[in-house]
Write a protein that binds this ligand. Structure first.
Ligand code: TA6
Length: 289
């Protein structure tokens, strides 16, 4: 469906459509915030609130081509997290490299706006609801199209825009167990997490996390539902250089904090026939001058 048809069907009341690097994208703009969601990957590429720096980060070297994931915003990792299973290809699944449809969009209960993105395969149906009001809520509902159980991994792989990687802390992880995916060690977090090298940690927790950013005078609250794994990732210097869609110095202003389902650490997802499963992340920005 082209932008004119999308506009006719879903536009109005804070919802409009525009092109984002050759893909149609849905824009939500209301009293609380503005957000942009590409139909390619149902990928939230922008989330801005008044009087604050952009909340999400996008690499200046990101690809915007069919078959390649975008480097930034909120890539949807599904139906696997990380390396592909036997006989499959592509890191983090394929739904982020696929065109989605829109099934609904409008005014959300209590104000703000929502949009529902839809994708169906032989094995599953996905309903991804993005709601923009005083916070950004991203809810992925997974339905099993077959009788036998469907097992998955996944993540709302959120790239946050930060003022300076040397000056932020990630709070509420103290004493939590984590797999250090850089070293392969299973460790316990000591105090708030600060970043001074490559960090790729899968924390076992169903709890909330905060990014405390004095440079932007804000705290980003990250709540979640349906996940017992929180991934924190910054590639630092050497890995940044190895990624062609990532600027060598861009690690300084980004941090991934992700609500995830990670089979590798015992938190794989299972969808029984007729019983939908939800993975949700809620982002709320608190300005602290
Ligand atoms: O979420 C952390 C991670 O799994 C890292 O290991 C790193 O590979 C990152 O995802 C980016 O993955 P991608 O496939 O998007 O390049």
């Amino acid at each position: 469906m082209n932008i004119a048809d999308l506009t006719r069907k879903f536009g109005g009341n804070g919802i409009s459509f525009e092109e984002f690097h050759n893909f149609p994208a849905l824009r939500i703009k209301n009293e609380f915030a503005t957000a942009l969601v590409s139909l390619y990957g149902a990928h939230v590429v922008e989330y801005n609130i008044p009087d604050s720096a952009p909340v999400l980060w996008m690499s200046e070297k990101s690809l915007f081509t069919p078959g390649s994931p975008m480097r930034g915003g909120v890539p949807l990792c599904f139906p696997w997290f990380g390396a592909p299973p036997e006989g499959k290809s592509g890191s983090h699944g394929f739904v982020r490299n696929t065109m989605w449809e829109i099934s609904a969009a409008g005014i959300a209960p209590g104000g703000g706006n929502f949009a529902v993105f839809y994708l169906q395969t032989d094995d599953f149906e996905l309903f991804y609801t993005v709601t923009v009001d005083r916070q950004l809520t991203m809810s992925l509902e997974i339905e099993n199209r077959n009788v036998s159980d469907f097992h998955f991994g996944g993540a709302l792989h959120t790239y946050f825009n930060i003022s300076d990687i040397n000056n932020i802390t990630v709070a509420d992880l103290d004493q939590l167990p984590y797999l250090d995916a850089v070293t392969g060690e299973n460790l316990i977090q000591q105090g708030d997490l600060t970043i001074s090298g490559e960090v790729d940690r899968i924390f076992t927790t169903c709890g909330s996390t905060r990014i405390v950013d004095p440079g932007f005078k804000r705290i980003i609250h990250i709540d979640k539902y349906g996940s017992n794994s929180t991934v924190v990732w910054n590639p630092w210097i050497e890995k940044s250089k190895r990624m062609p869609d990532f600027g060598d110095d861009e690690f300084n202003t980004m941090l991934c904090v992700e609500a995830a389902k990670v089979p590798r650490t015992g938190d794989g997802g299972t969808v029984h026939s007729g019983v939908p499963v939800e993975l949700r992340q809620v982002i709320r920005v608190e300005s602290n001058c």
